[in-house]
Design a binder for this molecule. Structure first.
Ligand SMILES: [Cu+2]
Length: 144
């Protein structure tokens, strides 16, 4: 499972691959985007699909980025038709041969304490950390 760790060489490939879908061993990151903000806005959400083509489950345990003080993993719930968000303290399990979709009104990344404005078509580096110590650097695109 240590093969999940990105080498420096792989990292540069990821940077040029942009939003086209990133392949690193058995994990694939696709369609990653962050909702654009107006200046001074403190938070925004991000979405991405992560596929696990491997034979073992993996757990996404934390996410970070230079664009925000913290990035939390959230789920959206509905209580009497009121939309609420909850932080997932134990991360998200991605089953073997499975895929998870972080998407509007569902699981999402919450970028809190934004240090900059998120602009359309701009590329942002986001780090995904897994329970086994694996780390993936992924480019996410600013989008409306
Ligand atoms: Cu949220």
């Amino acid at each position: 499972m240590s093969a999940l760790v990105f080498s420096t060489a792989m990292f540069s490939i990821v940077l040029t691959a942009a939003n086209a879908g990133t392949v690193q061993n058995h994990l694939r990151f696709e369609g990653g985007w962050i909702r654009v903000t107006s200046s001074g806005h403190p938070m925004t959400a991000g979405y991405i699909s992560i596929s696990n083509d491997g034979s073992r489950d993996v757990v996404l345990i934390s996410v970070s980025s230079a664009v925000a003080k913290m990035v939390e993993i959230h789920e959206t719930t509905f209580q009497s038709n009121v939309m609420k968000m909850r932080k997932l303290e134990n991360g998200i399990r991605i089953p073997a041969k499975g895929v998870i979709h972080l998407e509007p009104k569902g699981l999402h990344l919450m970028f809190r304490g934004l240090k900059m404005k998120i602009k359309e078509a701009e590329k942002y580096k986001v780090k995904f950390m897994f329970l086994n110590g694996g780390l993936a650097e992924v480019i996410m695109l600013g989008k409306k």
